[in-house]
Design a protein around this ligand. Structure first.
Ligand SMILES: Cc1ncc(C[n+]2csc(CCOP(=O)(O)OP(=O)(O)O)c2C)c(N)n1
Ligand SMILES: [Mg+2]
Length: 322
């Protein structure tokens, strides 16, 4: 796979933005100023970035409760996301959705989702629409290892197989569903291999390796755009933090946490490869770092300064009539 300088800079910018966004939330959430729950994507960046690198405005994604990274990869406005998480009226959903319901339909981001496994049926809808209208679009569902055991996921995979939909089911296997180890909770030992029963091509990749994810996603997207139907990609990775902010992580040892940061961090693995190949210089990384730092600083300052939604708007946007 030969990537241009711009591709590499974009990849680094997206992963770094995801990382800094959630690292900052880790700090800000602890102050008590942010309502609701947040689930951080730190350590998982290569998956969302590598998959969405192939997507454009025709394409849709559906995310889960750990959705900040997916939103950023699909081009959602970062200050708008931050304001949404702070519950402010300037947020992408007017401050009424919060972390687990960030959506931006204009960007093809159909929403983070607090209902585990619920993104997959939405993706079948988007894929059916793309196929019917002939837009060439594809739709991608991001689901966790825990979510992979939801019935709706298999109904969706069956439907996508039956209708040859341009749908891609990405399973982000970070080793745990809340505190349950996926090795314990996954019958048969492989999430990806379950696709075989539906006649869907599948692959398992190192989800901390941006290049591996990007390559697998390229094949799946090409297949979908060519009218050859759905694919399954399982990305093996680890999250750096707890299930949610505040999780004491009694089910993980200190050694495991240290090992994860040392060996499974997708960002230094990406920069090392790119440096070795002489494709980007220190100054290039530093320029992106400065740009991202400025963006996150501005996003937090604007979110804090913004107003909460007016009481009179309480019932607005809650129901839709079609
Ligand atoms: C239908 C449903 N069941 C249970 C929950 C509670 N819940 C929230 S996140 C989660 C674990 C999800 O694990 P996984 O899919 O592996 O995603 P991860 O948190 O590891 O990214 C559970 C059980 C829920 N939100 N929705
Ligand atoms: Mg998980």
């Amino acid at each position: 796979m030969q990537l241009s300088r711009d591709d590499l800079l974009d990849a680094y910018r997206v992963m770094k933005t995801m990382r800094e966004f959630d690292e900052r939330l880790h700090v800000e959430f602890a102050t008590g100023e942010i309502p609701g729950f947040v689930h951080l994507y730190c350590g998982e960046e290569a998956s969302g970035a590598g998959i969405c690198a192939h997507l454009d405005d025709r394409d849709h994604i559906a995310s889960n409760h750990r959705g900040h990274g997916h939103c950023i990869a699909k081009g959602c406005d970062v200050p708008g996301m931050m304001a949404e998480i702070y519950g402010k009226e300037t947020g992408l959903c007017g401050g009424k959705g919060g972390s687990m319901h960030i959506a931006d339909l204009e960007k093809g981001m159909m929403g983070a989702n607090g209902i585990v496994g619920a993104g997959t049926p939405l993706v079948c809808g988007a894929a059916l629409s793309a196929k019917t209208l002939g837009t060439g679009g594809v739709a991608v569902a991001f689901t966790g290892d825990g979510g992979s055991n939801q019935g709706a996921v298999y109904e969706s995979m069956n439907l996508a197989g039956v209708w040859t939909l341009p749908a891609i089911f990405v399973f982000e296997n970070n080793g745990y569903g809340e505190a349950s180890a996926s090795s314990w909770a996954t019958a048969g030992g492989s999430i990806a291999k379950r696709a075989e029963g539906f006649g869907i091509p599948f692959v398992t990749v190192d989800g901390a390796d941006y290049f591996a994810v990007r390559e697998a996603a390229g094949e799946a997207v090409a297949r979908a755009r060519a009218g050859e139907g759905p694919s399954v990609i399982e990305c093996e990775m680890r999250r750096f933090y707890g299930h949610f902010e505040g999780d004491p992580q009694t089910y993980r040892t200190e050694d495991e946490l240290a090992e994860v940061r040392e060996r499974r961090d997708p960002i230094p693995r990406f920069t090392a490869r790119v440096r070795e190949a002489g494709l980007l210089e220190e100054d290039d990384f530093a320029a992106v770092d400065a740009e991202v730092a400025e963006l996150i600083e501005r996003a937090v300052a604007e979110a804090k300064a913004a107003k909460v939604p007016a009481v009179e708007t309480l019932a607005d946007h809650v129901y839709t009539s079609y």
